[in-house]
Design a protein around this ligand. Structure first.
Ligand SMILES: *Cc1c(COP(=O)(O)O)cnc(C)c1O
Length: 378
């Protein structure tokens, strides 16, 4: 019998208490284990509208013969396409293996043990993990009564030791957002030595009259870093491509810590093509807004509270422990995301699907007897 090493005790002190990011269910396993013919995957906020047809054409004719070559470590092709799209220069971008990688890279590069990183209580789950990964102290600032980030409380939480603030606009999992005036007031009040990482993963789904475009604020606020991704609106979550848009000086520092070949060749080429099909993005935005409104109405119709959302998902309050509901939905072929990890055990986050998927969800919910008997308000 060999004696087992306690590898966790060998980890660096700040890594020992860290718990891995919970990616949710693996749909292929669920399908196999439960022998389901149909599965509505409403747990991971992937786009119900998929990628541009141009991307599918690219993959059909992909230049497979270059698979044995390293990708361009400088990401020139995609950065040039992004620079054209955003009317700026390639030096304003860093590419990442999804924006998740870049959110963590910001912490690893700009914060260290003894420093603080500020985010909202119901901010995206990656922010506390990023803080722990670099050994900084994560400060979760209490949210307001709508679960939204509270700008005054966040400003008050910023100290001499604060290096970064993370803010998702709109936020996952709450769907909440700050309007332009709130965001600008926040940036004006922030000390200039603190960096604001503005995570706009759901920008393409948001109503431009409600949710500001962070890119428009970059010229005024050099301490602003905008994070975007091809995973959500562009429907390319499987390819893992995201980017940061910020002052070129930020990218010069990030080049020191970024892995040279962090984004793969096919991902970069497909992302550049996807960027060229803005008509598809407009369709996805309109389709999502239509389905999100329909789904929210239907959920309210069966007595459930839904939070207003600017993303492609809706946070639903079941007014009781939602764990058994979530598990029953799995057996009925519907995956949604539990919210226990956020301290919202009575809520589930439901991705806006196609009409068929949304109907499957509603049909499944109506089959749960406990739900409709007591959840409906008088
Ligand atoms: C999905 C998501 C991301 C990033 O996803 P990637 O696939 O890594 O680009 C970032 N922030 C928020 C708030 C998200 O929901």
């Amino acid at each position: 019998m060999s004696c087992r090493l306690d590898f966790a005790s060998l980890a660096a002190p700040h890594i020992r208490p860290l718990r891995a990011y919970d990616p949710g269910y693996e749909p292929s396993e669920i399908r196999r284990d439960l022998k389901l013919s149909q599965l509505a995957e409403l747990g991971s906020n992937e786009s119900a509208f998929g990628p541009s047809a141009d991307v599918l054409t690219f993959f059909r004719n992909a230049p497979w013969e270059v698979l044995h070559r390293y990708p361009d470590a400088g990401g020139r092709l995609l950065k040039r396409a992004l620079a054209r799209h955003y009317s700026t220069t390639p030096a304003h971008f860093t590419l990442g293996n999804g924006s998740h990688e870049l959110l963590v890279l910001m912490a690893l590069t700009f914060a260290a043990p003894g420093d603080e990183i500020v985010y909202s209580q119901y901010g995206f789950a990656v922010y506390p993990l990023a803080a722990q990964a670099c050994g900084a102290r994560g400060i979760a600032v209490p949210a307001d009564s709508n679960l939204s980030a509270d700008p005054d409380a966040m400003l008050a939480a910023i100290s001499e030791r604060t290096k970064l603030v993370y803010l998702a606009n709109p936020n996952n999992p709450t769907g909440s957002h700050w309007d332009a005036a709130t965001l600008e007031r926040f940036l004006e009040a922030m000390p200039p030595h603190v960096l604001l990482v503005l995570d706009e993963a759901y920008f393409e789904f948001a109503d431009p009259d409600q949710v500001p475009d962070g890119c428009q604020l970059l010229a005024r606020f050099p301490n602003l870093i905008v994070a975007r991704t091809f995973s959500k609106g562009y429907g390319l979550a499987g390819l893992r491509v995201g980017f940061l848009l910020a002052d070129p000086g930020i990218h010069e520092v990030l080049e020191r810590t970024r892995l040279s070949f962090n984004v793969n060749q096919l991902g970069m080429r497909a992302a550049a093509i996807a960027l060229g099909d803005q008509a598809h993005i407009q369709q996805a935005k309109l389709g999502n807004a239509r389905e999100r409104a329909w789904l929210s109405d239907e959920l309210q119709g069966i007595g459930l509270k839904t939070y207003p959302s600017q993303g492609n998902f809706v946070l639903v309050d079941f007014a009781r422990d939602a764990t058994p509901i979530e598990q029953a939905l799995v057996t009925l072929g519907v995956l949604v995301r539990p919210m226990r990890g956020y301290g919202l055990a009575h809520c589930l986050r439901i991705t806006v699907g196609t009409r068929d998927e949304n109907e499957m969800l509603l049909f499944a919910l109506k089959q749960l007897p406990s739900l409709c008997s007591s959840a409906a308000p008088a």
